[in-house]
Design a protein around this ligand. Sequence first.
Ligand code: ADP
Length: 488
Amino acid sequence: MRVLYATSECYPLVKTGGLADVSAALPPALNAAGADVRLLLPGYPAVLNGLSNLHEVGDLITDLPGCDRARLLLGRTPDGVLAYALDAPSLYNRPGNPYLGPDGQDWPDNAQRFAALAWAAAGFAAHASYDPWWRPDILHGHDWQAALIPAYLALRPDRFSGPTRPGTVLTIHNIAYQGNVGPWMLGELGLPSSSFRVDGVEYYGKVGFLKAGCYYADRLTTVSPTYAHEIQTAEHGTGLQGLLASRSAVLSGILNGVDYDIWDPSRDPHIAARYSPDDLGGKDSCKADLQSAFGLERRPDAPLAAVVSRLTWHKGLDLVLDAAPQWVAWGGQLVVLGSGDPASEAGFRQLAQTHPQSVGVRIGYDEPLSHRIQAGCDLFLVPSRSEPCGLTQMYALKYGSLPLVRRTGGLADSIIDANPAAANDGSATGFQFVGASVQELLWSLRRALTLYRKPDRWQATQRHAMTRDFGWSGPAEEYMELYRGLVP
Ligand code: ADP
């Protein structure tokens, strides 16, 4: 099973969110399950510098949208996965964030930049494939940046038909990002003007990349079963719910996994002391380390809650901001690592100034610190308004930091609430609340506090949480099953 895995992010080369983690971990898991997966990445500087043994394959590509010359290079990721880099300097030779310019705004040519990625992926299906030695059975695109792949195969048979047609899969990691551009772009994107209709790429008067992918892909997946259901509703579908509901027979949710080579407190090099479900002792040292890193009072008995997140509205952190004074009044502490909305950043900075002994805030992106937080906190907060899968709550489980989450998307699928029944039968792994309100968040914090004050039961819940398996082998098998259904 040869799979071309087209993605705009891959950890540790380039990362803005969970997509990068998935792109790093799922391909090796698929290869372990018997697939032959190769990545296709935009040739950002970090990608060209980060891949080893890079060499040119195939002929020059001379008809990319938005760029008339590009080379296809093949190398290996730090995880050992073969990866093609689309070396198109005029599109990708820009350091830093893959989507934003120095002014913090989207690059004005993002549509061309990512149409080119999809075009290059579709090129693997053509008679004159870019790499004649390796022809994929499946083209698997991720998010709007790669969503035009199935549209190109369907709409440009003149350019992309080959000896066999690969199956196409589109995975939606976050439906909020859709890639919509004006209809005058059609020609430049290599799309025929006849495709600008409801049964095509048109989306509320624009060309919709994600819409087009949802319309043309053979199979649609998203990153949790609950989110697969939610995106067919008006509340979460952001306009695509009707189309997705009409395609529900080919839409499925496969929960993301966690890379336990990176996220495991028994061998994490970033944390103050190693620990495991059999020996939780080291977690106390990690908590003391975290309290001192954030200048908090060194109180072993203070319940320490934490957030590691992008600070955007849909992450629901305004609820944490509003609940924090009460949490502190109950004796709790809070650490926050994140960046994003300026108002949210300012709100958390102010909170830390008001409660310097109890609240610590670090604005920025800091991977090692995120490990120390996972290890050092007692409670990990993910109050998202929507959350396709969410990874941090699954890391928290492994680190014995009980997740407190809003019941949505993958949060609903991965955390078992410590309601009386689950607490009694030992199945609980964290806490859930339903309504996106401060009252409901505080109510669940109160429940967490009650359990925290019963150390035996708290530790039993921690141990149970730490032994849940959210590794990649199960999800990889589900993707393999999906691929098999597309190959004759
Ligand atoms: P999303 O993809 O919506 O941002 P996920 O929970 O799926 O949310 O993935 C977020 C990833 O980014 C996790 O690996 C998390 O640890 C990491 N992360 C988010 N913000 C920060 C930060 N400020 N510093 C370090 N890591 C962060």
